[in-house]
Design a protein around this ligand. Sequence first.
Ligand SMILES: *Cc1c(COP(=O)(O)O)cnc(C)c1O
Length: 386
Amino acid sequence: MIPYSRQQIFDADIKAVVDVLKSDWLTQGPAVSRFEGALADYCKTPYAVAVNSATSALHIACKALGLGPGDFLWTSPNTFVASANCALYCGASVDFVDIDPSTYNMSVEALAAKLIQSEKLGRLPKIVVPVHFAGQSCDMRAIRALADRYGFNIIEDASHAVGGQYLGEPIGGCQYSDITVLSFHPVKIITTGEGGMALTRNADLHHRMAMLRSHGITRDSGQMSEQPHGAWYYEQIDLGFNFRMTDIHAALGWSQLKVLGQFIERRRHLADRYDKRLKELPLQLPVCIPESHSALHLYVVRVRSESGRDRREVFEALRAKGIGVNVHYIPVHRQPYYRKLGFKAGDFPEAERYYEEAISLPLYPALDLTQQDFVIQSLQSCFPRV
Ligand SMILES: *Cc1c(COP(=O)(O)O)cnc(C)c1O
């Protein structure tokens, strides 16, 4: 089976992990600090907090921003459930903003319209989570302008987008947001096995997230309520978690970061080949906006109903040939858990229409051209010329 995505591990990655295994530290230690520093430099932002998943990063990001009962968090329905669940972990409520039908990112027009309505109802969001779908940035300038007007915080879910750019700057730089979250799950751009990162320019948010990842404990005497009793002394000053990344995972991430540029170039090359060779087919291909240089986590084609084929037919024909196509995403509000919260079919029609038509084709650095040609030919054979 050719998967839709997978990791690529080099000998240098293996050596970096083995070096940690032979060292004194296994859990969060010097390799975590080194990875945080390297990623913060790469993204041109001062602070990075490594954790055991992007889900944990979203959770501590919401907590650090003070999200709690009575508050609303808004995100895109076209995302992985974690972008919404983080609000529920904090006792807050979730709502969604429909997507733009060409980029599949949160629609700024829909966001602006929903803010006007919500202001009248006194239910403005505390946090908005734009998701950089498939690695292409949302319209962050416009979302920032709305945040300044309505007073919400922004967490960018850049789980797909490390290595991508927006207006010539690396995604993760937080010029338009309070916090940016990355994922290092093996299907994403670079991997640590499991892992995530929260980036910020704000020293206070950095402190709070660093504490929340490790039980809410501080060893900084400046933050303690008592004089330290001795060198062993620490204080728990908040209710945190154990979301730490291990040095073993961090060493892998640090080593992978060195080939991030190469990974993105390879994804770009493969995406260009798909663009050229699929343009004759009755498919809607990904739209690239000039403001963003996508990290190309996903290559999604839409099987338009006008094509006379339906998505499921095409999906099953490709799977039958051993091509591990996938679908990103089932709109979050259509999940049974969210239906129980009151969401229903028809609430976010663009995300639902998109979902009916989307297929993610294999795209990852180790996909070779013969495999890609096989995917292309298999897709062509789904649409015989009449
Ligand atoms: C993968 C993903 C997450 C969750 O990442 P984990 O590291 O697996 O917790 C969150 N949001 C989006 C958009 C994702 O794709």
